[in-house]
Design a protein around this ligand. Structure first.
Ligand code: IMP
Ligand code: MG
Length: 179
């Protein structure tokens, strides 16, 4: 893996695709083990960032499941903009269902707070949150995160679905912003 440039910024290799694969597999196994027998969960990927994670995750999930996506973005450039856009795309009736949210990364937790808000009146049976990456040093909410693939330092990362101003989502490995 070599250093790369996206727009004006340089990024250095951080997490290889082989490692990512292990984290995704671990999450899929853990979540499957925690399900009640014959439970068919609905996985909901948060677009755009989680599209690759969700695609890999469901192929490692060993039992029957549904997969759908919703869209919400709160990030511009390398700084969180603070303003949360609304969740769009929930058309299914989720009442009484076991829902597992698939997030690419949880940073400030603003998006997570919005997800909890939106699901408050959906009367789901269970709501669980799974994130591939988590930045514990930035997270400031008192909200539960049920499954974490990998906790990382407070660095801006790209690749595997994550972007810097629209670029980098297609990189198979994860890169971090060069100091
Ligand atoms: P939060 O609302 O601050 O927790 O941020 C959540 C969203 O911001 C994630 O779903 C990503 O789309 C984006 N994000 C957070 N950290 C990063 C990063 O390091 N690189 C790229 N996108 C990020
Ligand atoms: Mg996202």
């Amino acid at each position: 893996m070599n250093s790369i440039q996206l727009h004006d910024k340089h990024f250095v290799p951080f997490i290889s695709k082989e490692k990512i694969d292990q984290y995704v597999e671990f999450l899929a196994e853990q979540i499957a083990n925690d399900m009640e027998a014959n439970e068919v969960p609905i996985f909901i990927g948060i677009l755009n960032g989680s599209f690759i994670f969700a695609a890999d995750f469901v192929r490692k999930y060993p039992n029957s499941c549904h997969i759908t996506f919703v869209k919400m973005a709160s990030y511009e450039g390398t700084n969180t903009s603070g303003k949360i856009k609304h969740l769009v795309g929930i058309n299914e009736d989720l009442e009484g269902k076991t829902v597992v949210i698939l997030e690419d990364i949880i940073d400030t937790g603003n998006t997570l707070a919005e997800i909890y808000e939106v699901f408050r009146d959906k009367n789901v049976k269970t709501l669980k949150i799974a994130t591939l990456f988590f930045k514990p040093d930035i997270f400031r909410k008192e909200l539960p995160i049920d499954y974490i693939g990998k906790s990382i330092e407070d660095k801006f990362i790209v690749g595997y679905g994550l972007d810097y101003d629209g670029l980098g989502r297609n990189l198979p490995d994860i890169y971090k912003l060069k100091e």
